[in-house]
Design a protein around this ligand. Sequence first.
Ligand code: TNX
Length: 490
Amino acid sequence: LALALPLTTAQAPAEKAAVALGSVIPAPSEVRPGGTAFRLTDRTVIEAPRGSRNVAERLAEALRPATGYRLPIVERSSSRKISLRTGHRDGYRLTVGRDEIAISAGDNAGLFAGVQTLRQLLPPAIDAATPQRARWLVAGGEIVDRPRFAYRGAMLDLARHFHTPAEVKRYIDEISRFKVNHLHLHLSDDQGWRIQIDSWPRLTAVGGAPGTGVDGVGGGYLTKAGYRDLVRYAAERYVTIVPEIDMPGHVNAAQVAYPELTCDGVAPPPRTDTAVGYSSLCIGKEVTYRFAEDVIRELAALTPGPYLHIGGDEAHATSEADYVAFQQRVLPLVAKYGKTAYGWNEIDQAPAAADAVLQYWNLEPTVTLRHASKVVLSPANRAYLDMKYTPSTPLGLSWAGYIEVRTAYDWDPTSYVAERAILGVEAPLWSETLRDLDDIEFMAFPRLAAIAELGWSPHRDWESFRERIRAYYPRWETRGVDFYRSPQIG
Ligand code: TNX
């Protein structure tokens, strides 16, 4: 299978088909091509210590379908091999020679990142689901790589349209290839409630019923068992799930299920439109805090990761004094159950946000931190994957502008706030207009890859990114990912 890639190594004629060592997204920190290529054959083995068995399995699972090779996982071997090793280092190091591809890293997450690099160094046919005739060459040389920011995130809105666990898993597969290591799930909003809470069962019985969602299309929710399964699946790919329950606004679905959560005790009508900013919990009622604490406690118990997101955005139906009073009581509840509070940038109005992580979604080019000291950047006019690419994009919204691929790529996180305040970057995908996985993929790719590169790579170079994305297209095509073919990429 002769794949005409624009980026090839010019080392030896026999190695022409190898992908250039640096043609990887996100761009690695250091790339040193040289030496002999490695050829993957039916005799190649995967060598890994017992403690890295999970990474070895992910690697084998990535390579077996298209090669048709057995690729046994062993603890020691003198055969030609791909070896995984943990030791002392930040990030990972990948060396390719005639007899061995060696990936070493400080921990399994680092090894997994190295494995994602290796996948992109093989020809695109490696992503096929059935055996392909191909020379599985990897160009010789060395990559030394480490993340710029600890948090590289994506967000999926399950509330406006529910997306099934199978769809979420497919999304995890795709984002983890770009070394994204957090998936934030927006689990409640005015239109629906998507996570089982035992102490408030009507939240899902009513808020997750068929027909809950924008336009009354969809419905559904995650049971606790389904949620735990997602957390485990994500963890096997070194992705931490960050759950979000949005309060004190965006709560209409909860109030439909439990009218006592409104001030007058009257249930509002269910909503299937896309308006925002009209609902609020009742700040003066004690039941509000029983509700918040029960939800936070149950969610914390489902969450092995450090962060619990409590929303806090667009609370236009809550007065500023009430908003601060609410956050002063609720933010500490997150700590009470052992988690770091995380919320949209509005929570910074409350002094209790001092220990919280802010997610910055506003458009102003400067972030002013009043109380918090850590921020995840998601400026809506750069990082929002639900904004249309151009006026003619059939899906998405445009309130924050149009975001072509270059707009998503060409910005510097440190122009918003000092580097030491940045925990990372996240690309949110709100799903008012998105019903299925094809819709999600079309809006996410290639822009998610742009945000992932900003979060990981020390350098940013549009021309280089453009070429690497262009070279990546056959991989999405092979996997049936419905990405947007931007005229900017060519
Ligand atoms: C604003 S940005 C919202 C969401 C909408 C989104 C649509 C933010 C924190 N809240 O409620 O879904 O715009 O782009």
